[in-house]
Design a protein. Structure first.
Length: 108
């Protein structure tokens, strides 16, 4: 169960967040679209890698790590809603939060 939750979390929650933020960024139009669509996901990936990821050198302890994760998931949910996909945003939010909870509740 843990491996399935971790895999789902990586594919949907983590990579999904980067895709949602890129989608929102590129949907803005103009020069800002290129900057937003590329730099925003890169910034979030850097924060994730530095403070949240399992191999992060400065990995935060819970609950601050969970709060930061949920902020990333909330931003991705808002991005999906902003590009006009409320149903996808809702599904993403449910899966992202569920995988965050399940991966913490499962024994190591």
């Amino acid at each position: 169960m843990t491996a399935l939750a971790l895999g789902l979390r990586f594919l949907v929650a983590e990579l999904g967040a980067l895709a949602a933020l890129a989608w929102w960024g590129f949907a803005r139009g103009g020069v800002l679209a290129v900057l937003s669509g590329i730099l925003l996901p890169l910034a979030v990936a850097a924060v994730w890698g530095a403070f949240i990821g399992p191999r992060a050198r400065r990995r935060l302890p819970d609950p601050p790590r969970l709060v930061l994760e949920l902020l990333v998931f909330a931003a991705a949910t808002a991005a999906l809603a902003a590009v006009g996909h409320a149903v996808l945003a809702t599904a993403y939010a449910v899966i992202a939060v569920a995988t965050a909870v399940v991966t913490r509740a499962a024994p190591d």
